[in-house]
Design a protein around this ligand. Structure first.
Ligand SMILES: Nc1ncnc2c1ncn2[C@@H]1O[C@H](COP(=O)(O)OP(=O)(O)O)[C@@H](O)[C@H]1O
Ligand SMILES: [Mg+2]
Length: 515
C-alpha cells in the first residue's frame, strides 16, 4: 500500500514539475538557481509527502495515549508527571536544529550534486563518448566526479555524526533521569509510603509518559523537517512565467493577397539577463521591415546577434526596448501559441529526437504527426526522404541507438540529421519560416538545393534564412548584415557588392577561397 502510494505521489509530483516547466520562459532554463530548485523539488518531495501522512496518523495516536497517561500520572504524583515531560525536551530542540541544518546542507550541496550528475551524463552518453575517448578525458571527469562525491560525503558525514553523538548524549541523560525516578520511587516503597503494586504502576506510567511524549516531539520535529523539503516543491511551483499571452489576445489576421506576414522591428534593444546593458547588449536599436512574402537573409559573424533576433521574434525573450510587430500588431497582443504557430523556426542547435523518423519529422506539426502523406512530402522537400528510404524500417526506423535493438534502430550523420530537422520546417504550416543555420552541416550542393526548394515552397510566405554561405545568401530578396547587435548594411546582393562595404569584403573573402 505504502509503496503504491509512494509511486503515485512521486508520479504526480513529477507531472506537476513537468507542467510547470512547460509554462516557464526560456530565460529560467538558463539560470542555475532554477535548476537547483527544480532538482530539489523533484528529488526530495516525492517520498516526503507520504511519510508526512503516516506521521500525522502516528502523531494523532500518540497524543491520545499521552493525554490519558498524563491524566493518570497527575493523579498518582503530579511532580513525576512534570519530570517525565521535561526530560525529552532538550533532545527535541537539538533534533529540530539538526533537521534544519540538514536541510540547509542539502540546499548548499545541490549545485555540487547537479555537477556530479552532469559528469555521469558526460561519461555515459553516446554523443559525448567519442570525444571523451579521443581526448582521453575519462580519468579527468571520473576524478572530478569522485572529488565532488567524497567532498559531499564528508560534509554529510560530519553533520550526521554530530547529530548522532548529540542524540546519544541526550539518550544517556534520559536513562539517568529515569533511573533517578526509579530510585526515588523504590525508596518510597522501602520507606513503606507506597505499596509494591503502587511502585510498578508509578514507574510504568512515568516511563510511558516519557516515551510517548518523546515520540510526540520526534514526530513534530520530523514533520517540521519534511515540511522544509516539501516547501522547496511549492517554491518551484510558484515560479511564474514573465512572457504570457495577453488576457484578450488579438487574432492574427493575414492579408488576403499573400500567404506571408510582414515583420517589423522598431528600435529593438535587448541584453541577456545578467549581462551589462552598456557593453554587452546583444541587440542595439535594431529597426527593419520585412514585407509579407519576402525572402530575407541575415549574415554576420558568430555572436553578431542573428539568433537573438529570431528568439525575440518568437517571444522566447522580451525586448528591453522597442517593439516587434507581426502583421501590423505588436507580438505581445497575440496569443503565444498562435504566434508560435505562425512562425516555423529551425534553430542551429535543433534537436535530434530519439524517436522514429516519422515522429522526428511529424513533431514539426504535432497534430498531424500520424499523417504519413504530410511527413513524406516534407521529407522530400528537405532531401530527408533519400536518407529515410535507405533505412531498414523506412519511416518507422528508430533514430538514435538508445531505445531499440541494433537491428531496428540507426544513427545518422550530422548532415542527415539536419535534413530530418529541416523536414520539420516544411511540415509546418506557418506563414513565416526561419532557418537559423540549420544547413551548416550540409554540403554546399545540398544547402543550395534546400534553399531553392525552400524558396519555391515558401513562395508568398515570409522567409528568413541565416547562413554563412554566400552562394545561398545571394539568392535572397534582401540581405541584412548584422554586426555587434546592429544592422550595418542592407540591400540585395548586387547593391551590397556595389556598396563595397562589409558584405562585399566577406563575400570576396569566401570567393577567394574557392578560386
Ligand atoms: N542565452 C544567452 N545568455 C547570455 N548571452 C547570450 C545568450 N545567447 C547568446 N548570447 C550572447 O549574445 C550575443 C549574440 O548571440 P547570437 O544572437 O546567438 O549570435 P549569432 O549571430 O552567432 O547567432 C553573443 O555575444 C552571445 O555570447
Ligand atoms: Mg546564431
Amino acid at each position: 500500500m505504502q509503496q503504491l502510494l509512494q509511486e503515485q505521489v512521486a508520479n504526480r509530483v513529477q507531472l506537476d514539475i513537468l507542467k510547470k516547466a512547460n509554462t516557464l520562459d526560456l530565460a529560467f532554463f538558463e539560470n542555475p538557481e532554477f535548476y537547483d530548485k527544480m532538482r530539489q523539488a523533484a528529488n526530495q518531495s516525492s517520498y516526503q509527502p507520504v511519510s508526512m501522512i503516516s506521521q500525522t496518523f502516528d502523531l494523532g495516536r500518540t497524543v491520545v495515549t499521552l493525554v490519558s497517561l498524563i491524566f493518570l500520572l497527575f493523579h498518582l504524583a503530579w511532580w513525576l508527571a512534570i519530570v517525565a515531560l521535561i526530560i525529552p525536551i532538550p533532545a527535541f530542540f537539538s533534533s529540530t536544529r539538526y533537521g534544519w541544518r540538514g536541510y540547509q546542507l542539502m540546499r548548499r550541496q545541490s549545485p555540487g550534486r547537479r555537477l556530479m550528475a552532469y559528469f555521469v551524463t558526460l561519461m555515459t552518453t553516446d554523443t559525448y563518448n567519442k570525444e571523451v575517448k579521443l581526448f582521453n578525458l575519462g580519468d579527468f571527469f571520473i576524478g572530478k566526479f569522485w572529488d565532488l562525491a567524497t567532498g559531499l560525503y564528508k560534509q554529510d558525514k560530519k553533520l550526521l555524526l554530530r547529530r548522532y553523538n548529540i542524540n546519544f548524549v541526550w539518550a544517556g541523560l534520559t536513562v539517568v533521569a529515569n533511573t533517578v525516578i526509579y530510585l526515588y520511587v523504590a525508596l518510597q516503597a522501602v520507606a513503606g509510603r507506597i505499596t509494591l503494586g503502587g511502585l510498578t504502576l508509578y514507574t510504568q506510567t512515568a516511563v510511558q509518559v516519557g516515551q510517548n511524549f518523546q515520540g510526540l516531539l520526534n514526530g513534530i520535529s520530523s514533520t517540521y523537517e519534511n515540511t522544509l523539503y516539501v516547501n522547496t516543491l511549492f517554491d518551484f511551483l510558484e515560479y511564474q512565467p514573465k512572457i504570457m499571452s495577453p488576457p484578450n489576445p488579438q487574432p492574427v489576421d493575414p492579408p488576403i493577397e499573400v500567404e506571408g506576414l510582414d515583420i517589423e522591428f522598431r528600435d529593438v534593444s535587448f541584453t541577456y539577463p545578467g549581462k551589462d546593458v552598456e557593453t554587452q547588449a546583444a541587440l542595439k536599436r535594431v529597426s527593419f521591415t520585412i514585407h509579407a512574402g519576402e525572402a530575407i537573409a541575415l549574415v554576420g559573424r558568430n555572436g553578431a546577434g542573428k539568433t537573438t533576433l529570431v528568439k525575440l521574434l518568437t517571444r522566447l525573450y522580451e525586448p528591453d526596448e522597442g517593439e516587434i510587430l507581426i502583421g501590423g500588431r505588436n507580438i505581445k497582443e497575440y496569443d503565444l501559441k498562435e504566434l508560435r504557430a505562425q512562425v516555423g523556426v529551425i534553430f542551429q542547435d535543433y534537436v535530434n529526437y530519439y524517436m522514429t523518423a516519422q515522429e522526428n519529422i511529424g513533431v514539426g506539426r504535432v497534430d498531424k504527426i500520424e499523417s504519413k502523406e504530410l511527413v513524406i512530402s516534407a521529407a522530400r522537400k528537405s532531401g530527408a526522404s533519400a536518407v529515410i528510404e535507405k533505412l531498414p524500417q523506412g519511416y518507422d526506423t528508430m533514430l538514435g541507438r538508445w531505445f531499440k535493438d541494433l537491428k531496428d534502430s540507426t544513427q545518422l550523420s550530422g548532415g542527415e540529421w539536419q535534413k530530418i530537422a529541416l523536414a520539420r520546417a516544411f511540415m509546418r504550416d506557418a506563414r513565416i519560416l526561419v532557418l537559423d543555420e540549420p544547413t551548416s552541416a550540409l554540403d554546399a550542393q545540398a544547402e543550395y538545393e534546400v534553399f531553392t526548394k525552400f524558396r519555391e515552397l515558401t513562395k508568398g510566405k515570409t522567409a528568413v534564412f541565416i547562413s554563412h554561405r554566400f552562394s545561398t545568401v545571394r539568392l535572397a530578396d534582401r540581405i541584412y548584415v548584422i554586426e555587434n547587435g546592429s544592422i550595418l548594411e542592407s540591400g540585395s546582393h548586387q547593391e551590397l557588392i556595389t556598396l563595397d562595404g562589409r558584405y562585399a569584403q566577406l563575400f570576396n573573402l569566401q570567393a577567394e577561397a574557392y578560386r
